[in-house]
Design a protein around this ligand. Structure first.
Ligand SMILES: [Mg+2]
Length: 234
């Protein structure tokens, strides 16, 4: 028997707001500054190291923890210290789209709860999310570390087949898809031919297309009504 869909798990940054908003570009500059100022890496090497750790560990933070012993709380406070309202605004279309999806919703982010709350408040969509599962909840083993996905399922008391995960990073979707979570890549292009089959089940250009895109999957997974003769036939 297939699981009934129950949960929509949403990545936060560059998923719930467009990647050209400037938020993550500024966070990226703060990450480079952190590597220079707090880790003591020369400016010329800091940018290279940032990208190298991102590719190698999935997040720069994980590379800095493992190779330089940084304090993750110090790092997270430093890189999220930006005036969000200068980059993103209230998004009524996102609010309406989320309202039309009949699933329980949680944020699943490699950032902090504080940053997530500020983003959700600024977008005006916090009321849709019953939970924010942040990087501390999975002990700084950020996505795409497999334990992060096991942890969110444990927190929600959910099976993989009951969940949809939406993320702008294909490498964050691959472990989820392998576990049986239905995966949606945001910003990867609208055409089916562009869907990377090993990483995402479907691909949408913009988060606002999410409700329409998952509708066929939701309809297909709806459990069949109980037969009135079930007791007699079984
Ligand atoms: Mg993201």
């Amino acid at each position: 028997m297939t699981d009934k869909p129950r949960f929509l798990l949403c990545d936060l940054d560059n998923t719930l707001y467009p990647p050209d908003s400037g938020v993550m570009q500024t966070v990226g500059r703060l990450i480079t500054r952190y590597i220079v100022e707090r880790v003591g890496v020369p400016p010329d090497d800091a940018e290279r190291l940032k990208h190298q750790y991102y590719r190698q560990y999935g997040t720069t933070m994980r590379g800095l923890i493992l190779n330089h012993g940084i304090d993750p709380e110090d790092y997270l406070a430093f890189v999220h210290d930006l005036p969000l309202e200068q980059y993103i605004q209230s998004d009524p279309a996102l609010d309406a789209m989320l309202a039309s999806i009949p699933l329980r919703k949680a944020v699943f982010t490699n950032a902090t709860r504080e940053h997530a709350e500020l983003v959700l408040d600024t977008l005006g969509v916090r009321h849709h999310f019953e939970q924010i599962i942040d990087v501390r909840d999975f002990s700084f083993n950020s996505k795409p570390h497999e334990s992060a996905y096991r942890r969110i399922l444990e927190i929600l008391n959910a099976r993989p087949g009951e969940c949809i995960l939406v993320d702008d990073a294909a490498h964050n979707l691959a472990p989820a898809k392998a576990m049986g979570i239905f995966t949606v890549l945001v910003g990867g292009g609208p055409l089916p031919a562009q869907v990377p089959q090993t990483e995402a089940d479907i691909c949408i250009a913009n988060i606002l297309h999410l409700a329409d895109a998952i509708h066929p999957w939701l309809a297909q997974r709806k459990p069949a009504p109980e037969s009135p003769f079930h007791g007699f036939l079984s």
